[in-house]
Design a protein. Structure first.
Length: 467
């Protein structure tokens, strides 16, 4: 990708209807983008089918969900789950009861991790074992899924798998210094990537976040061919991150969180979508704006680009509802602070000479620097300290809005996708939100009532309310 390709047109779903199949390829946990897309599928009346990554027992063996775990997972999803473990990644796999890659990392220390070398021939055996395990299980999942899809149905595959961080103590300490450390506690992200530990982690990120998308597309080929032969349609979506266009000095400009180590896997994900698209498969990676999730919270400062969404809501003809979001955010601040104070800190960060080099799309993902980390993490900590409660922050409210909007945008665009990779920048996110929550005038309400065939008119529950 030489330039980010924005989604510019808001479209509505014209393909998926009641009884069609929505497949969530990744287990639904807590906060995250996927909840917005699942909500749209549910509203369309689609039958929701999920998978599970399974669980590891005390001996590290992968197992299906128990009856209670399955019940809880299906309730969370609002659909059925095919209970065949699809754990991605090779960090906990090994041939013939040998040590896993995570076991190999357990012997590293803070003094030795940069110098220690790993046995790559052995690690490749672990990776091959994990790939075989995953694809064998995936073949079983697709056989079950095929039997659940009757003729005449359309199918929407939503890939949500991401991550792949090994649970090794030394990496957790290193990551804490890279993503949260300032001053003498700062650590270079490039030092991690140059080490064997970093190379192992990047390879595992590829397996989880990217290669699983290729496996999904390939192993669902028989389903896709059957559906399309009968006149139905099949779509594939995946969640990417490759920076976002936000308002900087009054204009929408691309920017990114630094260092986003998983960025290499996300670019690989884009390449897989492009390859599938060239073969006639409608597979699209949607690069979404920064939000706070259970996994992204490790990256202190990743939430900062969220705050200019408030500016975008106003710029994109936001009305009463947009102003309510401003008020709701300001109410989260301690007495003596205003949103303008918060936005001023964001503007200072954006305009800093320290940040200018990082606005280079072609160099992404760039390694962090001492000055950049100090500024980004310091600004994040200062803004958090301006809140009444450090656990109830502006970025949580705005994250929920982004999840809502991206779900609507992706679901609508998937009826007629424009290409293998698209960016959901703050302009289209704000326009989608404003359109969804627009407060009708009394005149338009009167007209709606006069033209309604119903005996009574049910108004949208969000009218006049903050989301």
């Amino acid at each position: 990708m030489k330039n980010p390709i924005p989604l510019e047109t808001i479209t509505e779903n014209t393909v998926f209807r009641n009884g069609d199949i929505f497949v969530l390829f990744g287990e639904l946990f807590g906060r995250g983008y996927a909840t917005g897309l699942v909500d749209q599928a549910r509203k369309a009346g689609m039958r929701i089918v999920g998978i599970t990554v399974g669980r590891r027992d005390e001996n590290n063996r992968l197992r299906p969900l128990t009856d209670q775990e399955l019940s809880e997972a299906e309730a969370r999803l609002g659909g059925e789950i095919i209970n065949i473990p699809l754990m991605a990644g090779f960090d906990l796999d090994a041939p013939a009861d040998g040590p896993t890659p995570t076991d190999l990392l357990a012997g590293l220390t803070l003094d030795s991790w940069e110098r220690e070398k790993l046995d790559w021939e052995y690690i490749e055996k672990c990776q091959a074992r994990a790939t075989e395990r995953f694809t064998d299980a995936l073949a079983q999942v697709m056989a079950v899924l095929d039997g659940m899809i009757s003729e005449g149905r359309n199918v929407f595959f939503a890939h949500t798998m991401a991550g792949g961080i090994p649970k090794a103590k030394v990496f957790l300490v290193v990551a804490n210094r890279i993503y949260k450390g300032t001053g003498p506690r700062h650590m270079s992200s490039q030092a991690l990537l140059d080490s064997d530990m970093g190379k192992l982690i990047l390879r595992n990120f590829d397996e989880v976040s990217a290669n699983t998308f290729r496996h999904l597309i390939n192993f669902s080929a028989a389903i896709r061919e059957r559906i399309e032969a009968s006149g139905g349609q099949v779509r594939y979506t995946a969640y990417g991150y490759h920076g976002t266009g936000i308002l900087i000095d009054g204009e929408y400009r691309w920017q990114t969180y630094t260092n986003y180590t998983q960025g290499y896997a996300k670019m690989r994900l884009e390449g897989i979508a492009a390859d599938a698209w060239s073969k006639g498969v409608k597979a699209t990676v949607y690069n979404c704006p920064e939000i706070r999730t259970n996994s992204s919270d490790v990256f202190t400062g990743i939430e900062l680009p969220l705050i200019p969404l408030l500016l975008a809501l106003r710029k994109e003809n936001g009305g009463q509802w947009a102003e309510e979001q401003w008020r709701a955010c300001e109410e989260l601040l301690s007495e003596g602070f205003t949103l303008e104070d918060v936005i001023a800190k964001i503007r200072d960060l954006q305009a800093s000479d320290v940040m200018v080099p990082f606005y280079d799309f072609s160099a992404w993902p760039m390694p962090n620097s001492q000055a950049q980390a100090d500024l980004t993490i310091g600004t994040s900590n200062e803004i958090t300290a301006m809140h009444r409660n450090g656990r109830v922050v502006i970025s949580d409210l705005l994250s929920a809005l982004v999840v809502e909007s991206t779900g609507q945008l992706i679901f609508g665009a998937s009826s007629s996708p424009n290409g293998p990779v698209q960016w959901l920048n703050h302009d289209v996110v704000a326009r989608r939100l404003n359109a969804t929550h627009e407060v009708p005038t009394s005149k338009s309400l009167s007209a709606t009532m006069q033209t309604s065939d119903s005996a009574s008119l049910s108004l949208p529950s969000e009218i006049g309310l903050a989301s």
